[in-house]
Design a binder for this molecule. Structure first.
Ligand code: AMP
Length: 293
């Protein structure tokens, strides 16, 4: 496994690879969720390039950029065991040299949901993903369902700016109690960690109501919220139902697939989760065909 931290060396390494390249972009503090993306990339391609970069431009000044968990030695050992070929760990000063002034902005699908709660976040995400796509030139780039709006936004950017690559959407990997794996779970106290299982239970309850014929978005949201409220430490930021392609809010009953997403604050971290309904769409094939497609 080659570990590369300069743009020049990355360009050389990329040129030396022929065949299909799987790209997995991360901020490090890796867990099984990231490794699932790597495994899919490994299976589909001749080589895998993973990037590790905690991108300063996607954090608001009030957010956790400086405290974001970092453990490069552990990350590299996990990636080596997973059969990654190249790891790119650029320095912020190389990605954003002085006088940097070009940002990529996606319009409508960055509004609502995380876009409303994290102003400027997607501008930073889309800019760094564009740069990392240009540098790593993947044949297929792998993104996690957990950041569903990010998937929709990146797909829009790929289409609008004609990036020559495909996007694969990989289902959320969960802890045994259903809590979505996240680098930010390390912020949870043991009690908060235990309470976190309620997030998945709320998705399952809404999916069950959907399965039993409930289609009214307000009722599905109410089912999810009533489960979340059984944990006093969980503060609901939003529970939303959106069209998985346009991300417009869905307010009328519909037989079209819908995206149920939520963010809760549990102690320090904001925790995101979501599912597509019907539940059977929460597979790589279903997600890739539905989310932002
Ligand atoms: P991050 O390091 O948080 O920026 O995440 C890098 C990639 O891993 C993104 O595409 C995430 O959506 C994805 N990812 C994060 N957590 C999970 C998870 N629990 N299951 C699957 N993919 C995930």
């Amino acid at each position: 496994m080659q570990v590369i931290d300069t743009i020049e060396d990355l360009r050389k390494a990329r040129k030396a690879i022929s065949g299909r390249v799987g790209g997995v972009l991360t901020m490090g503090a890796l867990h099984e969720g990231h490794l699932s993306l790597v495994q899919h990339a490994r299976t589909d391609n001749d080589a895998v390039i993973t990037t590790i970069f905690v991108n300063p431009t996607q954090f608001a000044p009030t957010e956790d950029f400086s405290g974001y968990p970092r453990d490069l030695a552990h990350d590299l050992s996990m990636l080596e065991k997973s059969g990654v070929d190249v790891v790119f760990t650029p320095k912020a000063a190389d990605m954003y040299p002085s006088n940097f002034q070009t940002f990529v902005k996606v319009d409508h699908v960055t509004q609502g949901l995380e876009g409303d709660h994290r102003p400027g976040h997607f501008r930073g995400v889309v800019t760094i993903v564009s740069k990392l796509f240009n540098l790593t030139q993947p044949t297929i780039a792998y993104f996690g369902q957990k950041d569903a709006q990010q998937v929709v936004v990146i797909r829009r950017m790929v289409k609008d700016l004609n990036f020559p690559l495909d996007i694969a959407v990989i289902p959320t990997v969960r802890e045994p109690d259903g809590l979505a794996m996240s680098s930010r779970n390390t912020y949870l106290t043991p009690e908060e960690r235990k309470a976190g299982g309620v997030i998945y239970r709320s998705l399952v309850a809404a999916a069950q109501a959907y399965d039993e014929g409930e289609r009214t978005p307000a009722n599905l949201r109410a089912v999810a919220k009533s489960v979340l409220k059984t944990e006093a430490s969980v503060e609901i930021e939003y529970v939303a139902i959106n069209d998985p392609q346009s991300l417009l809010g869905v307010h009328e009953p519909s037989e079209e697939p819908i995206l149920l997403s939520m963010v809760v604050q549990l102690g320090k971290p904001r925790l995101l989760d979501n599912c597509l309904l019907p539940w059977s769409l929460n597979t790589r094939e279903g997600l890739t065909a539905t989310l932002g497609a």
